[in-house]
Design a binder for this molecule. Structure first.
Ligand code: OSB
Ligand code: MG
Length: 381
């Protein structure tokens, strides 16, 4: 396949607003800044990625501003003006920077997009995926009452979503799940705690076992694997890890320790598509199903998620609802559409989604172009 040579990188910082606030155990999101990364190859083709950060370091330690800083000062100087023979090399090239996975993923995914376009292939084909359509689930933020939650669930079940994920936290958990399960005895239902509990809550959490949940996502600390393995020993509901998994190595250790039975793969959280593929393959070898988590992305990030989800071990519906379900306006020209709970993977080259320059302009805070590998910092060769 043809290599690419990065001539320019443009960082477009935009502002996006949610249709309605999204509440998790760490807070409420209403608007956020996102940095769209445009990588331009010497032939003039553009590839797109996005920072799947929020404005505050509450889900993990990165924010949109830290990602921008790391991109400008370290990651772009390392990659610009270089020939890249395959995007699978990029993660390794960026390993001189410790962590900052979301910043790394933003540019790595843009490189996968431009590379696929240059080679006239849809991204899923370059990734090795075969599924033509992906099953879609919906993540619902914490609601004011169990009744409001049941009405939201009802709406999404009727729209055809194949899995319903409910955010829980102390005070908004057992009763909320019980009411939803009573109203919908047979749906694929799961809970996401975003680290709101500790091992002291074992007896409390065990009450969830009676509701036949597909899984409980990240009940304990964001940086824990060991306590999760203790909890898994006590609970029949499968534990899925989200926040704890930042790399292939984290996944390997979690599986070895029995800290989870399912893994949520987020491209941003693990530093890009190459690391996502490695985690996917590792899980497949260990009979650990995976699914694609969401980070309230725009249509760009959502498109990357769709292509990744075509890999064979993505057997559980992902949080891949069209971004138009969340944001007032998207920045891609054609809305992603869900039909009967599935989204067709775009067949065009790369991610198969086009940026709307008009929508981008409307939401733009600033665009910064980088054309040189100059940095005040020593960048290891
Ligand atoms: O834990 O999965 C999570 C959003 C922001 C931060 C963390 C999470 C989420 C979601 C969003 O659940 C789901 C989506 O994007 O559809
Ligand atoms: Mg989660």
């Amino acid at each position: 396949m043809k290599p690419i040579f990065i001539k320019e990188v443009i960082l477009h910082t935009i502002n996006v607003s949610l249709k309605s606030p999204f509440t998790t155990s760490f807070g409420t999101i209403q608007t956020k800044e996102v940095c769209l990364v445009e990588v331009i190859d010497e032939s003039g083709l553009s590839g797109w990625g996005e920072t799947v950060t929020s404005d505050e370091p509450y889900y993990n330690e990165e924010t949109t501003q830290t990602a921008l800083y790391i991109l400008k000062e370290f990651l772009i100087p390392k990659l610009i003006k270089k020939e890249i023979s395959h995007p699978k090399e990029v993660h390794q090239m960026l390993s001189f920077v410790r962590r900052h996975q979301i910043a790394k993923a933003a540019i790595e995914t843009a490189i996968w997009d431009v590379f696929s376009k240059k080679n006239h292939k849809p991204l899923c084909e370059v990734l090795g995926g075969h599924q033509k359509k992906v099953a879609v689930g919906k993540s619902i933020g914490i609601q004011n009452s169990p009744e409001e939650l049941v009405s939201k669930v009802s709406q999404y079940v009727h729209e055809g979503f194949q899995k319903i994920k409910i955010k829980i936290a102390p005070g908004a958990d057992i009763e909320y799940i019980r009411k939803v399960r009573e109203a919908f005895p047979d749906i694929n239902l799961m809970a996401d705690a975003n680290s709101a509990y500790s091992l002291e809550d074992i007896e409390h959490l065990k009450q969830l076992d009676q509701y036949n949940l597909l899984m409980i996502e990240q009940p304990l600390a964001h940086d824990d694997i060991i306590d999760h393995s203790v909890l898994q020993g006590e609970m029949s509901t499968p534990i899925c890890l989200d926040e704890s998994i930042h790399s292939y190595e984290d996944a390997r250790k979690a599986i070895e320790l029995g800290g989870c039975k399912i893994i949520n793969i987020k491209i941003g959280r693990v530093g890009g598509l190459q690391e996502s593929i490695r985690i996917h393959d590792l899980c497949k070898d260990h009979n650990i199903p995976v699914w694609c988590g969401g980070m309230l992305e725009t249509g760009i990030g959502r498109s990357h998620n769709l292509h990744m989800t075509t890999l064979s071990n993505f057997t559980i519906p992902g949080d891949t609802a069209p971004s138009s379900h969340y944001w007032k306006e998207d920045i891609i020209t054609e809305d992603i559409v869900m039909e009967k709970g599935y989204i067709q993977v775009p067949s065009g080259t790369g991610i198969g989604a086009e940026i709307s320059r008009a929508a981008l302009q409307e939401r733009l805070i600033r665009s910064e172009s980088v054309v040189s590998d100059y940095s005040v910092h020593p960048i290891p060769s």
